[in-house]
Design a protein around this ligand. Structure first.
Ligand code: FYN
Ligand code: ADP
Length: 578
C-alpha cells in the first residue's frame, strides 16, 4: 500500500502539498470535505497527518454540498477537494449552488498539466477547469507556483466571505503539489487573512430615509431571509422586531432567528400579510421567485406582473441587489449587524408601535390558520400521511430545539417548512434559492461534523435518491444523523399511470414499498420501518438517544402528495390550464 503522508524533502525544504495545508490551517480551516483520487490522494493523506479532519464522500457533489453548508453554519469558507475533470464537474453543482445561495465555499480541484490542456493534446482527465468554473462562482483562481499558494488561498478566502458570500474555485494543477521551495521562504509567503469579512457600515442618511418610511407605515412588515441568519446578528434582529412591534415573516432558512411560536410571527398569515403590507423591510432576503419578484397577485398587484403598491426598504450587503425586481424606496447597504444596529439606535425608545388594527387583523388570520393546522395534525389517518408524520417530527424538534434539521423534497419540503416550528437560528438547512435536490446527505454530514449536534434529515424519497449512497459515510464516521425518508412510492406521489398504457411505470413512479432502511443496515447503521406515527416517534427517539446513524423508512400514503408541492403553478402545463 502506498502510504506517503510525508515527503522526502530535507528539513529545510517544503513542497506544494504542505504549503497548501499550512495556508489552510493558518486561516483556521479545520475540515476538508472531498473525495480522493489523482492528483489529490496524497494531499488527503497528508492533510490527515497534519491534523486536519478529512471527510471522504462517495460522490463529489455531496462533499461540495457539505462544504457549502459548513460555510453557512460557520460564516467561514467550507472547503471541498476534488480530483480533476469529472470529479471537478461533480463538485461544480455544489459550488454553483453555494454561490446562488450566498454560502462561502472554496472548491479546490486538482487539474491536469496546463501545457497539454492548453494545446488540447489529450491529457488524463483533460479539461480547462478554470474557464468552466468562472461563470458559476464568485471568483476563480489558478495557482501555478508554490510561492503563490499563500496569496492564492488568501484571495480565495477573501472572495468567499467578504461582501456577499459565495463560491470560489481554486485550480491546482498536479505539478504544483510536488514543487519544492525553501521551507522558511515558503512559510514567509503564507498569509493569515486579517478581517476577511469586514463590517460595512450603512450611511446615516440611508437609515433616516428608511425610518421615515417605517414611521409613516400603517401596515409595516419585516421579512427575514437567510442572509439575516447568516449574519449572526440574532440579538439585534430580535430587538428590532420586539422594540418596533412590527410583525415579521421568516423565509425558510430564517426560521428560528426568532422562535416560530413568537407572538409577532406572521408566518401562518403569509398570503394575508404580503398583499396587505404597505411598507416592507427586507433583511437579507432577495425579491426573487420565492417572493414572487415583489409583484403580482402575491403582493396584491392587479395582474401577474403588476406592482402591489408597497414601499420597500432593503438591507443587503450587495448594492446591486437594490431595484433588481421592483423599486427599492429605501436601500440600506451594509452588513446586517451594522444596519440593524444603526436602525435601533436611530429609532430610539419612544418608537410608536404599528396600529392595533394591523396587528389584530394578522392575529385573526394567523390564529385561524393555526387552528386549522392543529385540527389536521390531530388526525391519525391510515396509512400515515405527511401531516400525521410531521406532527411527530414537530414535537420532536420542539423537545430538541438544538437539533439541526435538514430538509429536501417537494411535499416533504413544503409541509415540513410550515408544520415544523424552529426555535433557534441556523437550525434549518434546506434546498434554498435554487430548490435544489441532492443536498440532503451532504448537508447532514456537515451539520453533524461542524456542530456536534444531533441531525434530523427529512427527505422526500426522490430527493433522498440523489445522495442516498452517503448513508455509508454517515456510518463510517458514526454520525448522529437520523434520516427520515418520506416514502410515497414516487416523485410527488406514487400513483401516476403511464399515459401510453405501456408496461413501463410512469416517469414519476418508483419501486413500490421500497425498503430504504435496509440501505443503512448494509453499513452497520440502524434501519427502521415505520408505518404509523408511533413507530416513527419510537424510531426517532431511539436515534436521538443512541446517537447512531439511523434511517427511518416512513411509509406515507402514496396518494398524499401534490405535483411539485406548493409550487405546482411553476409547471408549464399549469399555465396551459389557466
Ligand atoms: C405557515 N402556514 C401555517 C404555518 N406556517 N399555517 C399554520 N401554522 C403554521 N405554523 C401557512 C401559510 O400561511 C401558508 O398559507 C401556508 O402555510 C404555506 O406557508 P409557506 O410555506 O410559508 O408559504 P408558501 O406559500 O409555500 O411560500 C412560497 C414559497 C415556498 C415559494 C416561499 O413555497 C417555498 O419556499 N418553496 C420552495 C419550493 C422548492 O424549492 N421546492 C423544491 C423543488 S420541488 P396561506 O397563507 O394560506 O397561503 C420540485 O418539484
Ligand atoms: P432567502 O432565500 O432566505 O430570501 P436570499 O438568499 O435570497 O435569502 O438572500 C440573502 C441575502 O442576504 C443576499 O442578498 C445577500 O447579499 C445578503 N447577505 C448575506 N450576508 C449578509 C450580511 N452579512 N449582511 C448583509 N446582507 C447579507
Amino acid at each position: 500500500m502506498s502510504n506517503p503522508p510525508t515527503t522526502s524533502q530535507p528539513a529545510t525544504m517544503t513542497d506544494g502539498f504542505h504549503l497548501l495545508l499550512d495556508a489552510l490551517k493558518l486561516n483556521g480551516i479545520k475540515t476538508l470535505y472531498g473525495l480522493p483520487g489523482i492528483p489529490i490522494t496524497d494531499l488527503t493523506r497528508m492533510a490527515q497527518a497534519e491534523g486536519l479532519r478529512v471527510i471522504s464522500f462517495r460522490h463529489e457533489q455531496n462533499a461540495g454540498n457539505a462544504a457549502a453548508i459548513a460555510g453557512f453554519i460557520n460564516a467561514a469558507p467550507g472547503v471541498c477537494m476534488t480530483v480533476s475533470a469529472p470529479g471537478f464537474l461533480n463538485g461544480l453543482t455544489a459550488l454553483a449552488n453555494a454561490t446562488t445561495n450566498c454560502f462561502p465555499m472554496i472548491l479546490l480541484s486538482g487539474s491536469s498539466e496546463r501545457e497539454i490542456v492548453d494545446l488540447q493534446q489529450g491529457d488524463y482527465e483533460e479539461m480547462d477547469q478554470l474557464a468552466i468554473a468562472k461563470p458559476l462562482c464568485k471568483a476563480a483562481f489558478r495557482i501555478l507556483h508554490a510561492e503563490d499558494i499563500g496569496v492564492g488561498v488568501a484571495r480565495a478566502i477573501r472572495a468567499a466571505v467578504s461582501g456577499r458570500p459565495g463560491g470560489v474555485y481554486l485550480d491546482l494543477p498536479a505539478k504544483l503539489f510536488a514543487q519544492t521551495v525553501d521551507a522558511a521562504a515558503g512559510q514567509a509567503s503564507l498569509i493569515k487573512v486579517i478581517d476577511p469579512a469586514p463590517r460595512q457600515i450603512p450611511a446615516p442618511d440611508a437609515i433616516e430615509r428608511a425610518l421615515n418610511l417605517l414611521r409613516n407605515a400603517k401596515k409595516p412588515l419585516i421579512l427575514l431571509g437567510k442572509g439575516a441568519a447568516y449574519a449572526r446578528a440574532d440579538e439585534l434582529i430580535q430587538k428590532l422586531v420586539t422594540q418596533s412591534g412590527i410583525p415579521y415573516l421568516p423565509m425558510s432558512m430564517a426560521k428560528g432567528i426568532l422562535p416560530d411560536n413568537h407572538a409577532q410571527s406572521a408566518a401562518a398569515a403569509r398570503s394575508f400579510v404580503l398583499p396587505e403590507a404597505d411598507v416592507v423591510l427586507l433583511i437579507g432576503a432577495r425579491l426573487n421567485w420565492l417572493l414572487s419578484h415583489g409583484k403580482g397577485k402575491t403582493w396584491g398587484g392587479q395582474g401577474p406582473k403588476a406592482w402591489g403598491g408597497q414601499k420597500f426598504i432593503q438591507i443587503d450587503i450587495s448594492p446591486t441587489e437594490m431595484d433588481s425586481n421592483v423599486r427599492i424606496d429605501a436601500p440600506i447597504v451594509g452588513d446586517i449587524g451594522s444596519c440593524v444596529g444603526a436602525l435601533l439606535t436611530a429609532m430610539g425608545q419612544d418608537w410608536q408601535k404599528p396600529p392595533a388594527e394591523w396587528i389584530t387583523a394578522i392575529n385573526l388570520r394567523r390564529d385561524k390558520n393555526i387552528a386549522k393546522m392543529t385540527e389536521t395534525l390531530a388526525k391519525d389517518p391510515q396509512p400515515m400521511n405527511y401531516h400525521s408524520a410531521l406532527n411527530v417530527i414537530r414535537e420532536i424538534i420542539k423537545a430538541n430545539p438544538d437539533a439541526m434539521l435538514v430538509n429536501e423534497g417537494a411535499n416533504a419540503l413544503d409541509f415540513t417548512r410550515s408544520i415544523v416550528d424552529m426555535y433557534k437560528p441556523r437550525k434549518r438547512l434546506d434546498v434554498g434559492t435554487w430548490g435544489i435536490m441532492g443536498i440532503g446527505m451532504g448537508f447532514a454530514v456537515a451539520a453533524a461534523i461542524e456542530t456536534g449536534l444531533p441531525v434530523i434529515a427529512i427527505e422526500g424519497d426522490s430527493a433522498f435518491g440523489f445522495s442516498g449512497m452517503e448513508v455509508e459515510t454517515l456510518c463510517r464516521y458514526n454520525l448522529p444523523v437520523c434520516v427520515v425518508v418520506f416514502n410515497n412510492n414516487g416523485v410527488y406521489k406514487g400513483t401516476d399511470k403511464n399515459l401510453s398504457g405501456g408496461t413501463d411505470v410512469a416517469p414519476t413512479v418508483f419501486v413500490k414499498d421500497a425498503r430504504y432502511e435496509k440501505m443503512i443496515e448494509a453499513f452497520g447503521g440502524i434501519g427502521v420501518y415505520a408505518r404509523t406515527p408511533s413507530e416513527l416517534r419510537r424510531g426517532m427517539e431511539d436515534a436521538l438517544k443512541s446517537k447512531k446513524p439511523t434511517l427511518i423508512n416512513a411509509i406515507i400514503d402514496e396518494t398524499a402528495g401534490t405535483e411539485s408541492g406548493r409550487i405546482t403553478s411553476l409547471n408549464p402545463a399549469a399555465a396551459l390550464k389557466k
